[in-house]
Design a protein around this ligand. Structure first.
Ligand code: ZN
Length: 306
């Protein structure tokens, strides 16, 4: 079989993943590899201080990419550990006052990378979504809920859960919420935690990563299988190795990961050891059998995958 230039240069894909994830994190490294292997096209934001290192690695491994015409700053979401779902300023890269992240469009050919860039810069959002490999049901969901999401912080987790019909634990392949903790096989919001199309993609991505670098793939899957308490403004909490039994999450021996420091919910979580799940947006926190706090409201989402 004839290998394309990219495939040949990527014969050491594992090394590429290892080196790149050290600089830019596991998610962006995964996105770069998937694109270079022709699974999809990807767009990654690269902060100026790491930009030269990323470009150097891309050149070394002969990754096919183009640089976007604009740089972007972000408006950080409140309580999500520096994660952002909204853009701030947009400046042309040649402007003297240009600031923010560079956008790199990556594919298995320069032509495809360039086409993706042009689609995004021409605001052909749906077409751009297609090049990113987003299933049409999930792309439609994104469009349908964009106004509602924008009223908050442009995050769709609350709506993904709202649209989920099955009972928890949900299909862990669809856990996109684990992205806040550095790992998610998906690169888009599924239209619900039940979506079969995104499950299919998540499994394909896992298999691909597994064939290249099994430990890396397993780390992603490990995060997919965790229970997460999402709040829109007051932090996101992951209960490592907790399990949902009947309606109760026992997390006595769990390591708790949080995207926020010194939040009142966080303090309560650390004081308690189990949670009774009363609904998608309602739970009560207990220390032993003593009720400590009731959490309820549209900005609370119990994303349960184990
Ligand atoms: Zn879908």
């Amino acid at each position: 079989m004839l290998l394309t230039k990219t495939e040949h240069m990527l014969s050491n894909k594992k090394l590429f993943l290892q080196n790149l994830s050290k600089i830019i994190g596991a998610i962006a490294a995964k996105e770069s590899l998937l694109a270079a292997m022709g699974f999809k096209t990807s767009r990654i934001g690269v902060a100026p201080h790491i930009y030269p290192y990323v470009i150097k690695l891309f050149k070394k491994y002969n990754i096919q990419y183009v640089i976007g015409n604009y740089r972007y700053t972000y408006i950080n979401d409140i309580g999500k550990g520096g994660w952002s779902n909204r853009f701030g300023d947009e400046t042309h890269i040649e402007q003297s006052n240009a600031k923010g992240d560079y956008f790199l469009y990556i594919a298995n050919s320069k032509i495809k990378a360039k086409a993706a860039k042009e689609k995004e810069e021409n605001e052909e959002e749906f077409e751009f979504g297609e090049t990113l490999g987003i299933p049409s049901c999930c792309a439609k969901f994104y469009v349908d809920y964009s106004k509602k999401a924008f009223k908050k912080q442009n995050d769709f987790v609350l709506f993904v859960l709202e649209k989920t019909i099955s009972k928890p634990p949900y299909d862990f392949w669809n856990n996109y919420v684990s992205q806040y903790f550095g790992y998610s096989l998906l690169s888009f919001f599924p239209c619900s935690f039940d979506c079969p199309e995104s499950v299919k993609i998540s499994k394909q991505v896992f298999n691909l990563l597994d064939s290249v670098y099994p430990e890396f793939a397993k780390q992603f899957l490990y995060f997919h299988k965790q229970n997460i308490l999402y709040t829109e403004y007051r932090g996101i909490y992951l209960f490592e190795n907790s399990t949902l039994r009947k309606d109760s999450i026992v997390y006595k021996n769990s390591r708790i990961h949080s995207t926020i420091k010194n939040s009142s919910i966080g303090k309560t979580i650390f004081r308690c050891d189990n949670i009774i799940v009363k609904g998608k947006n309602h739970c009560t926190l207990y220390r032993g059998d003593k009720l400590v706090r009731n959490l309820i409201g549209e900005n609370i989402a119990l994303c349960l995958f184990n």
